[in-house]
Ligand binder design. Structure first.
Ligand SMILES: Cc1ncc(COP(=O)(O)O)c(C=O)c1O
Length: 297
């Protein structure tokens, strides 16, 4: 974290984080009734802002909550927030909850007969996360993971703040003494606790298709795009759990993690047990992409 003051955005105001408070009746707090986004920022430029804002819209549509701002208003707010929180590589975190109703009641105002002037406004929060650029040496050391049963709901395409299941799954990994977990539903790989999954087999990059079982990761799409632009074959298809054992490489992708190699799974080496050649190539291409963004490309 930088030493400068942390200024956050809350419901139209820019405030020091200590002064940004919300009601205990907020449905985000009571029910996890909200959605969020994390948008990486390199050299002041947002990575794939349109795609993140589209996913935000999709999440809002899925939970039946109106988007409080249009894209220009979001971008303007992000730009003010970035100005107020200096840094090199950063990320914008934003969260919208359904707001603080008077009573604790699961029902929403969506189809209720509430005059527009009396509708509860959503709670809109955003902050800048200071991100340490991944140290290639450290990242290439790789991650140890276990496979765990993906017991989550059939709505994982929503970037919901209801993350207790992900917290529990991550806890299972840490209880087992490893960094992360690969989630398995009905014998198939879905995603990581906070990332999408790729495997490499015989030079082909494979990742599960999007749908309700996983979050459509923006990094996932970018990795697929970079691969296709560089004549790397990509297959979007189901991955059977058994394929993890014979994979040459396994990667986890996310906005904050970027592309991370899994080198040990359930105590066994993945492929040759070190970060693979395809990962090195992708990491290189990904860093080039970021550099172009920083340079205004
Ligand atoms: C459950 C889950 N899947 C996938 C991802 C990766 O998404 P993105 O690449 O947009 O960061 C995340 C990111 O936090 C996540 O929480």
């Amino acid at each position: 974290m930088s030493n400068t003051e942390n200024i956050v955005y809350l419901n139209g105001k820019y405030l020091p984080v200590e002064e940004a408070t919300i009601s205990v009746m907020d449905r985000g707090f009571l029910f996890g009734d909200g959605i969020y986004e994390v948008i990486p920022v390199f050299g002041g430029k947002l990575l794939r802002a349109d795609e993140h804002l589209q996913r935000l819209q999709n999440s809002l549509n899925r939970i039946g909550l109106a988007n409080p701002y249009d894209n220009d208003a979001w971008l303007e707010m992000f730009s003010h927030l970035l100005e107020k929180n200096a840094g090199h590589d950063r990320a914008i975190y934003l969260q919208i909850s359904r707001g603080a109703y008077v009573k604790r009641d699961l029902g929403t105002q969506k189809n209720a007969d509430v005059p527009e002037s009396q509708l509860t406004p959503p709670t809109i929060f955003s902050m800048v996360l200071q991100v340490t650029p991944p140290d290639i040496e450290v990242v290439s050391a790789g991650i140890s993971a276990i496979t765990v049963d993906d017991f989550r709901w059939n709505a994982c395409d929503i970037k919901s703040t209801s993350l207790v299941a992900n917290v529990m799954l991550k806890q299972q990994a840490s209880d087992a003494g490893v960094e992360d977990a690969i989630l398995i539903k009905n014998g198939q790989v879905t995603e990581g606790t906070a990332s999408n999954m790729f495997l490499v087999k015989d030079g082909i990059l494979v990742t599960p298709p999007t749908g309700k079982r996983l979050l459509p990761g923006i990094t996932r799409d970018l990795v697929i795009e970079i691969a296709k632009n560089n004549i790397i074959l990509v297959e979007e298809r189901e991955i059977q759990q058994s394929e993890l054992v014979t994979a040459d490489e396994i990667w986890m992708t996310s906005s904050t993690r970027e592309v991370a190699p899994v080198i040990k799974l359930n105590g066994e080496a993945v492929g040759s047990g070190v970060a693979g050649e395809m990962w090195k190539r992708m990491m290189d291409l990904y860093q080039q992409y970021k550099q172009q963004l920083r340079n205004g490309g």
